[in-house]
Design a protein around this ligand. Structure first.
Ligand SMILES: *Cc1c(COP(=O)(O)O)cnc(C)c1O
Ligand SMILES: [Zn+2]
Length: 412
């Protein structure tokens, strides 16, 4: 790892060598991977990246903490499309909006970026089994990426996880433990089992390599924008690892000299479960909340990465905004109808937050905003139908169709 200096605790500053099975600091704090920015500044350029034919997250290898001779894992992760969402932007009254559709990753969520990295590090550690606990997407992405690499998985999910995600786990051949309890209970059980059996740990709030994988989403956004820095990047927040990773990517680019300023983050949580945003809004330390939202991927009452997440939001001078479940369902319809993008509830929560932040006057209509769709709607069809309703049902003849149209007020 030519450019990795080591890992440093975000709480107490203690430093560690970057061994492949790194976990948390002895003080309990989360570690952050440190890079030799001076050397990267010398060796990495916009031109070099432009000439790299690799259309995956591994095009940013110099900025990733993996060994020189580690082969990338088989599934193609990253380089998801960045759409100019002019129709949606106009509808929201926003000068410029981009949608980064990370639901197009191989297992259909942004979590693939972290799981692909976990698979590489597990192999470097000589492990043949990986485990994690997850609200659903970390699980399905780990299961898929590990299956493709020939590794075994033990996956702990709360029993409320949507069927689509559970089906992915089963299809990818994982041993699935569906925990009759909250995400917090699920996390604690996985921790105890990992301690007992010594599996490689893919819990993103414990393994510091995972946010390094997630940061590739903002590396891509900046390259796809031809290094023109937007005013804001909006995304949904649960444990906080994703927003922390997104921020790390931006800081890396700034330190390396590929961008010359930093955007502000828009951190979006559900009203029924917003412990991190509440801490930002009140200035108090965060405290647990109930997990009361249909956006299962961000129904995290006890966030596992609060320090890095709060630091990211504050360091970017960011905006914290909460949205109701109704606003999340409305954003699903809006993204679908105007852009042809189908996101799961937590996947569109960032976009719901952009709309809300505009309505509340927290951001100016003159802004350029990138909204990350973090997961695909096909993972959670039930909430898709909840958002958009059932179709009209007709007998197979024209009279029935005409009267159904009449009833629905449709005039073709
Ligand atoms: C995991 C996840 C998030 C939030 O990421 P955290 O690291 O938990 O904050 C948002 N959206 C989707 C679809 C996710 O799967
Ligand atoms: Zn520490």
């Amino acid at each position: 790892m030519k450019y990795v200096l080591g890992a440093k605790c975000v709480k107490c500053g203690r430093e560690y060598a970057a061994v492949p099975d790194l976990t948390t600091c002895s003080c309990g704090g989360i570690l952050d991977i440190q890079y030799d920015y001076a050397a990267l500044r010398r060796d990495l350029s916009r031109e070099m990246l432009a000439n790299n034919p690799d259309r995956s997250m591994w095009r940013y290898r110099p900025l990733l903490p993996i060994e020189e001779d580690s082969a990338p894992p088989p599934l193609r992760v990253g380089w998801s499309p960045l759409y100019e969402a002019d129709r949606l932007g106009a509808e929201l009254g926003l000068k410029k909006l981009y949608i980064k559709d990370d639901g197009q990753n191989p297992t259909a969520s942004l979590k693939d970026r972290a799981s692909a990295l976990a698979v590489v590090k597990a192999r470097e550690a000589g492990a043949d089994t990986i485990a994690c606990s997850s609200t659903g997407n970390a699980a399905s992405s780990l299961a898929g990426n590990a299956a493709a690499a020939g590794l075994r998985t033990y996956i702990f999910v709360p029993s409320r996880a949507p069927k689509g995600k559970v089906a992915q786990l089963r299809i990818f051949g994982s041993t699935v433990i569906s925990v009759d309890g909250s995400y917090e209970d699920t996390f604690e059980l996985s921790k105890a089992a990992i301690d007992k059996w010594g599996w490689y740990n893919r819990n993103a709030a414990i393994n510091p390599y995972l946010s390094e994988g997630k940061k590739t989403v903002t590396l891509e956004i900046m390259e796809q924008l031809n290094w023109q820095v937007p005013d804001y990047i909006a995304l949904s927040v649960g444990d906080g690892c994703t927003i922390a990773g997104a921020w790390k990517g931006l800081v890396d680019l700034c330190e390396v000299g590929l961008i010359d300023k930093l955007p502000k983050l828009i951190a979006v949580q559900a009203e029924g479960c917003c412990p991190l945003n509440r801490a930002i809004q009140t200035g108090e330390p965060w405290s647990p909340m109930e997990e009361n939202t249909l956006a299962d991927s961000i129904a995290v009452g006890v966030p596992r990465n609060p320090d890095k997440a709060l630091n990211a939001i504050r360091a970017s001078d960011g905006v914290a905004v909460n949205v109701s479940d109704e606003e999340i369902l409305a954003a699903m319809r809006l993204l679908g109808r105007t852009q042809g993008v189908f996101g799961e509830p937590a996947g569109v929560t960032g976009t719901a937050g952009v709309k809300k932040a505009l309505e509340l006057g927290l951001i100016s209509p003159d802004s350029t905003v990138v909204s990350i769709v973090t997961g695909n709607g096909l993972k959670d069809v039930q909430n898709g139908i909840k958002a958009a309703g059932e179709p009209m049902l007709v007998k197979p003849d024209m009279d029935a169709l005409l009267s159904a149209f009449d009833q629905a007020g449709i005039r073709p």
